[in-house]
Design a protein. Structure first.
Lengths: 311, 250, 649
């Protein structure tokens, strides 16, 4: 049974993961049918309860399905909402829940490999219980194309207690407009303590601006109050997945690396050639970021003007 | 406020020989980052509204250090569920916490709010707070960057793309918070000295069998990367721009 | 009367001051009184102003008895003092009269020089001082000695001088101005009265002005530090009653009696201001204005403090925030001060209160303090990496239970974690091993000595680190330590004994110099010209000057900077400044320029902070000097072949 919170790449990964466990595949969505392939039945829960995100209500619907269909496992993508809903299901059913798994070997007890420390450590564990609740670590599994074919759609209206309906989104407050969102940016330029002060981020903002990217920082920077927590890249901050991550004056603690594992490429600017971050980097420039970053910006500008003149 | 003692791992993770835990000799320990912000928030709420705050942990005897740290920020007293050092799985942890909360509430009155970190930095199971909430029969919202109390309701804010989702939960409630909720204060030394004398109620619960049973830990293989050094100092700038051009961002 | 009342107030204030132990080492204290007070040693560090003051001061000492002679003469002109009494005997001595005459002239010369300096030369060190007050005092002094001279002259003219007139040539010459008649009798009375009245009004004015220093300075010098200048006074964190604990200085009631004496002794001379690296680079801090500010606040709130009333905080009311944080604890001010004011103690105590009670400190320093408290090093890097610089060098890492080494090399956090400072550790280890020493390092068990925490004001964290390190060292059976960082060296040698840690501690330059002297290391001198930068914590705080110079002499051709030895100019990283952003122009650039001006090829240093700061400084000022630790230069010199001795690059 796969809970689909949002259709897309991560849902596909969850489906691929679930498929490995064998047996017929069912999917579940709340409120509206989603387009999904390779699934026998899509169950859709209906009702006012689902008008806005309400994790307990969604979990209750899943609980009814579990009681009715007795799946071997319930799987979801390891997103914030995925983890939250499945945790609610786990609490209601009092069964174990393994979050952020990278692999599962079918059998009973189920043996899973799951993620710790944001990805810097793996745990092999056995899951004991009548139904196994699992979420899939994003991008740990490659999603596979499925044979086309629409599933049968069954709709139902779950019975909710008052308690299930208490936790629901009341309103959405819009964020102040501005800049590229760190989580979505294709280019992220970040800096650590080496910036020296919040003014030191001027050169970082300049380079990020020239590349159309977002500015990130390490935890030391947010703890010092130089940048807001929304800029923090790391296990307890934002997890990024840009095409390139330019990390300046960052040594590469595991907490930070957990946040930028998703980067397709990493370029490091650091004075220390022995800094741990170099073990995860594709390229490095050794030296003082206060000299190097402006030089890079200058080169980019030069290339841009040359291009404009030619074009 | 429920907290967990976690190590500060630095650049590399090294495991013990039996692959059951991280080698923590010479490592420093702290309260897990999301929870530090929870402690600060709890202290601020009591400062604004009056009342009492309690910090609780399930952890080894050394975890008293984290309890004293929390009390130095302003928490009034502590409950220490002393474990022998092996890990408790999330269900067992939640169970022990529920019992401790029930016992404390029977003696001292019920808690308006129970704080958890959204997930602990080390195991990252994302579930202890939610399990505790169900066992206590209270509503729970997690992943929160904003918590404010007004009347008999707690207003909870969760960050999503494009803004924040707001929940309003009736008290008593349970919340799971994220780092970034606030910036924890730097404790004064008089507060630290006072914290040494604040009461810690310690007990040793029995660990039930794990249903999410850890078999072993594995350090994932490094990508085997050797960074290509593009150069030293600002002279490397043209090489950098060439790389950026090839990726397609410059 | 006025004087007595004021003096009583000041005494009561000082007695209210918090305790500090300054009674040990009596012989040195007496020696200081002799050389600094009587001998005017520190004042003479600037020769002309020093001499000027010396004349006036010695004149004051010499002329002191004449005050009483004058007062007695007011009462009874005819009866001179009985020749049996000490004063009576003195006033009859020809040699005394001669000395008085000479010193009257010297004092007047001094006053004239002082006026010249203040009015014509107008040195910058007087910026911020109360010049009007100084002028008044100088005028009063001039008036007092002039009236004395004129009185003596008129006595001679009247034939009433108890001493043989020919012994006092100047008074004698002046006596020719006066006839022997009644006018002179009147004038004699006028002069003696004027003399005494001037003295009395001066006396009443004295304790309300900076001239108070004539009472307090001698006492302050007696109680100044006689040894271990780099040692800060510890605080106590355990007490029955929490309100008895002192967390540094918040209000004037928290000042120690020595700090109060300091404030009362300041003459606003500005020599400290002249040598302060922060002031020199345009920052808010002036050590002189700091002490003046504390003094003014002390006098303003002193009565309230004695009565137990409400007091206002020194920061920001008397001293602003940035003044407190600008200080690099280099001690140049303390070294210059002629009245032994210890400015660094004031700064650190103010920081202690800001940090430990009010949590008011620069954000990046707070990060450093969190890191050093939790992670045992100020960079927040994992302790497990502490020995990675030593991989492959064959240095023994001491595990619990291992036999104690002959000497423990205390590496320090900077050399362990900073890539530029690392070379010194590598060179030092190689040299010590090459010399055949049984040396070991603590590796991950070495925590920060706590110097940055202590200098930033967090005494609590410092003491926790100190106690932990002492336990580790004692468990390992360590008796002798060599450190390549002057801050570690200073703390281990001077400050750890307060926490039970007593070891023989050497700076690496001292040990290396000893090894070279003993022939266990044989460097070959090259052609490079080398200028050596004295680290503040070596030269000023610990008198280590000769050993590094011995080494430089054996490595290349030495060139000295103008500000060298105990008058060295800081690199800018002390006082936890390695972890603070610097506003305004840079201290390290100033020093780098000074080094470059010598024309030397190489700038030799003996400290990891100096290495980093001056290397940055050289690059930022477009210089090309090579900045290297003395151990690295020595290591290269020992490898140099005699036949190919040349520029090491």
């Amino acid at each position: 049974m796969v809970y689909i919170d949002e259709p897309g790449e991560l849902a596909q990964q969850a489906l691929t993961f679930a498929r490995e466990l064998g047996g017929p595949l069912h999917a579940f969505a709340a409120l509206a049918a989603v387009s999904v392939e390779g699934v026998e039945t899509l169950h859709v829960a209906e009702g006012d309860a689902f008008a806005s995100y309400a994790p307990a209500a969604i979990a209750q619907a899943l609980v009814e399905l579990v009681e009715r269909l007795s799946p071997t496992a319930v799987v979801a993508a390891g997103t914030e909402r995925g983890n939250e809903v499945l945790a609610h299901v786990a609490a209601k059913l009092d069964v174990p829940f393994a979050a952020n798994c990278t692999r599962a070997t079918p059998g009973d007890p189920l043996v899973v490999t799951r993620v710790r420390w944001g990805g810097s450590l793996l745990e092999e564990a056995r899951v004991h219980g009548p139904v196994k609740l699992l979420t899939v670590q994003p991008h740990a599994v490659a999603s596979e194309e499925q044979a086309a074919g629409d599933p049968a759609v069954e709709r139902f209206t779950p019975t909710h207690s008052d308690a299930d309906l208490v936790v629901r989104v009341h309103e959405r407050v819009a964020a102040a407009a501005g800049g590229v969102s760190l989580a979505d940016a294709k280019v992220v330029v970040s800096c650590g303590r080496g910036a020296g002060s919040s003014e030191g981020f001027g050169i970082i903002e300049e380079l990020a601006g020239l590349l159309g990217g977002a500015v990130g920082c390490s935890r030391a920077v947010t703890m010092a109050g130089w940048r807001p927590h929304t800029d923090q890249v790391g296990q307890t901050g934002t997890k990024i997945a840009p095409d390139i991550y330019i990390a300046c004056g960052i040594s590469g603690a595991t907490q930070h690396m957990a946040g930028c594992k998703g980067a397709k490429a990493i370029l490091v600017v650091n004075t220390d050639p022995e800094a741990p971050i170099l073990a995860s980097a594709d390229w490095a420039v050794i030296g003082d970021l206060h000299e190097i970053v402006p030089a890079i910006s200058a080169e980019i500008r030069k290339a841009q003007t040359q291009k404009a003149e030619r074009g | 406020m429920c907290v967990k003692r976690v190590p500060l791992t630095g650049g590399r993770i090294v495991l013990t020989e039996d692959e059951q835990a991280i080698e923590t000799r010479h490592l420093a320990f702290t309260i897990s980052p999301h929870e530090e912000c929870g402690v600060e928030e709890a202290v601020r709420l009591i400062e604004a509204n009056g009342g009492e705050s309690v910090v609780l942990t399930l952890g080894p005897p050394e975890a008293e250090e984290q309890l004293r740290d929390a009390m130095a920020l302003g928490i009034d007293r502590a409950v220490h569920l002393v474990s022998e050092g092996e890990e408790w799985d999330p269900q067992a942890t939640a169970g022990a916490i529920v019992e401790a909360i029930r016992a404390d509430e029977a003696a001292n009155g019920s808690f308006d709010l129970v704080f958890f970190g959204n997930e602990s930095a080390d195991a990252g199971n994302y579930q202890v707070g939610i399990r505790v909430a169900y066992a206590l029969g209270r509503p729970v919202a997690t992943g929160l960057k904003g918590v404010s109390v007004g009347g008999a309701v707690v207003r909870c804010e969760q960050e999503v793309t494009g803004g924040r989702d707001v929940y309003e939960l009736p008290l008593p409630a349970v919340v799971g918070v994220l780092e970034g909720l606030n910036l924890p204060r730097y404790p004064s030394v008089p507060a630290k000295l006072r914290a040494q004398r604040k009461p810690v109620d310690a007990s040793t619960p029995t660990r039930p069998d794990s249903r999410l049973e850890k078999v072993r830990l594995v350090v994932p293989e490094g990508q085997g990367k050797e960074a290509l050094i593009l150069g030293q100092g600002p002279e490397a700038a043209p090489a950098v721009v060439e790389v950026l051009r090839q990726i397609g961002v410059a | 009367m006025l004087f007595a009342r004021r003096a009583l107030l000041l005494t009561r204030l000082v007695r209210m001051g918090k305790p500090v132990a300054r009674a040990s080492d009596l012989p040195a204290r007496v020696r200081n009184e002799a050389t600094i007070v009587l001998g005017q040693r520190k004042l003479l560090q600037r020769f002309v102003p020093g001499l000027m003051h010396a004349f006036i001061f010695w004149g004051f000492l010499v002329l002191f008895p004449t005050i009483f002679m004058a007062m007695i003469a007011i009462v009874d002109r005819e009866a001179s003092l009985p020749s049996g009494s000490p004063l009576g005997w003195l006033e009859r001595q020809g040699w005394y009269a001669f000395t008085v005459d000479v010193f009257v002239v010297l004092v007047l010369a001094g006053v004239a020089t002082a006026f010249y300096i203040r009015k014509v030369q107008r040195p910058r060190r007087f910026d911020g001082s109360h010049l009007g007050e100084a002028d008044l005092i100088l005028a009063l002094i001039a008036g007092i000695v002039t009236t004395l001279l004129l009185w003596h002259a008129s006595l001679i003219a009247l034939g009433l001088n108890p001493w043989p007139g020919e012994w006092s040539p100047i008074s004698d010459a002046a006596s020719n101005l006066f006839g022997a008649g009644t006018t002179t009798e009147v004038l004699e009375r006028v002069f003696v009265w004027a003399h005494v009245l001037l003295i009395l009004s001066f006396l009443a004015y004295l304790p309300h002005s900076k001239h108070l220093h004539i009472g307090t300075a001698a006492i302050n010098v007696f109680f100044g530090r006689t040894q271990a200048r780099g040692r800060l006074e510890p605080l106590v964190f355990e007490a029955e009653d929490e309100s008895d604990l002192r967390f540094g200085v918040g209000t004037v009631a928290d000042l120690t009696w020595k700090q109060m004496l300091d404030a009362m002794s300041c003459t606003e001379c500005g020599r400290c201001q002249d040598v302060c690296p922060a002031y020199a680079t345009g920052k808010a801090l002036s050590p002189k204005l700091l002490i003046m500010g504390i003094r003014d606040h002390l006098f303003a709130e002193g009565p309230a403090a004695l009565a137990g009333g409400d007091l206002s905080a020194l920061v920001p009311n008397a001293v602003t925030d940035d003044v407190v944080w600008d200080c690099v604890t280099c001690g140049a001010c303390v070294h210059e001060c002629p009245v032994s004011i210890e400015h660094v103690d004031h700064i650190v105590d103010l920081r202690r209160h800001l940090v430990m009670v009010e949590s008011g400190l620069p954000a990046e320093t707070e990060t450093m303090l969190r890191d050093v408290e939790r992670g045992s090093n100020p960079w927040g890097k994992p302790q497990t990496e502490r020995a990675s610089w030593a991989e492959g060098l064959g240095v023994r890492v001491l595990e619990p239970g291992d036999p104690a080494p002959e000497v423990l090399y205390w590496v320090g956090c900077a050399a362990a974690f900073d890539e530029r400072a690392r070379t010194a550790a590598i060179s030092t280890a190689k040299l010590l091993l090459a010399a055949g020493l049984d040396v070991a390092i603590l590796g991950p068990r070495e925590s920060c000595t706590g110097d940055p925490a202590r200098r930033a004001g967090n005494e609590y964290v410092f003491q926790a680190l100190a106690l932990a390190n002492v336990a580790t060292l004692d468990d390992a059976g360590v008796t002798k330590i060599v450190a390549s960082c002057p801050h570690c060296f200073n703390t281990l040698a001077n400050e750890y004994p307060d926490f039970g840690g007593r070891y023989e501690v050497m700076h690496h330059s001292e040990l290396l110099a000893e090894l070279v002297r003993d022939g266990r290391l044989s460097p070959v001198a090259g052609d490079a010209t080398i200028t050596y930068h004295d680290s503040c914590y070596l030269a000023r705080h610990n008198d280590v000057l000769a050993a590094p110079r011995e080494l430089v002499g054996r490595i290349g051709k030495p060139l000295e900077m103008a500000r060298s030895g105990k008058r060295t100019f800081c690199c800018g990283a002390g006082g936890a400044h390695m972890w603070m952003e610097e506003r305004g122009s840079q201290i390290n650039e100033e020093r780098a320029r000074e080094a470059a001006a010598t024309g030397a090829d190489t700038l030799a240093v003996a400290c990891p902070f100096c290495t980093v700061m001056l290397d940055d400084g050289v690059r930022q000022t477009g210089g090309e000097m090579r900045v290297a630790d003395i151990s690295t230069l020595l290591a290269e010199a020992t490898k140099r072949d005699r036949t190919t001795a040349g520029d090491p690059q």
